[in-house]
Design a protein around this ligand. Sequence first.
Ligand code: HEC
Ligand code: HEC
Ligand code: HEC
Length: 133
Amino acid sequence: MKLYNGGKIIAGIVVFLIAATFPFWYGRGKAVRPPDLKLDTPVIQQLKEKLCVEPAPYMRANHMKLLTVWRDAAVREGNRSYTAINGRVYTISLTSTCLECHSNKKQFCDRCHNYAGAKPACWNCHIIPEEVR
Ligand code: HEC
Ligand code: HEC
Ligand code: HEC
């Protein structure tokens, strides 16, 4: 399905609403302090600009959707290259791209998922590289 302008505007509004309301739904009402997310991995330390694939607020609210887009691009279309909104190009890979930078999966992905009560079941099939802090 191709998105034309109307679709893009609606998608934009949906993304905005998700981002704007994220602090309210993502803790699911738990009285626990937000997790302390560690971003100081060896690969991130080497980055000149400390940037994720897309801007952090977008990633915070939409990384699951981005991963679905990535999976469909790779598996259905055989496309393993993703161009970010600012023109940088990334290899589509959960293990070799996301976890290359976020090599501290336990202190980053898992910490936030535990807090939010999310349990992504990706790691039965996808390899977790050796934890690097
Ligand atoms: C039942 C096994 C299985 C599970 C569970 C699974 N995947 Fe995959 N996934 C695959 C296979 C097989 C491929 C194709 C691998 C290839 O062609 O490189 C793939 C490819 C991908 C890709 C693109 C290529 C890559 O190496 O990253 C992404 C992104 C992806 N999956 C994301 C996810 C996410 C996110 C989850 C959890 C919500 C998930 N997958 C769960 C089996 C699985
Ligand atoms: C090139 C290194 C790099 C890659 C690749 C990368 N990230 Fe990031 N990520 C970062 C950095 C640096 C930040 C912090 C950015 C900021 O604060 O502006 C970040 C932030 C995030 C955040 C927001 C954390 C918060 O503050 O709440 C999430 C979620 C995230 N990344 C998930 C992912 C996922 C999922 C992938 C793969 C699709 C990925 N990242 C790929 C470097 C990377
Ligand atoms: C700032 C907090 C935060 C960080 C950091 C974070 N996630 Fe998530 N993630 C969530 C939340 C909250 C959900 C559940 C959203 C929902 O239930 O709709 C989620 C869901 C997911 C899902 C979809 C699960 C499913 O079964 O559909 C995947 C895949 C995922 N995250 C991967 C990652 C990976 C990989 C990283 C680390 C690179 C990461 N996340 C880091 C908060 C985070």
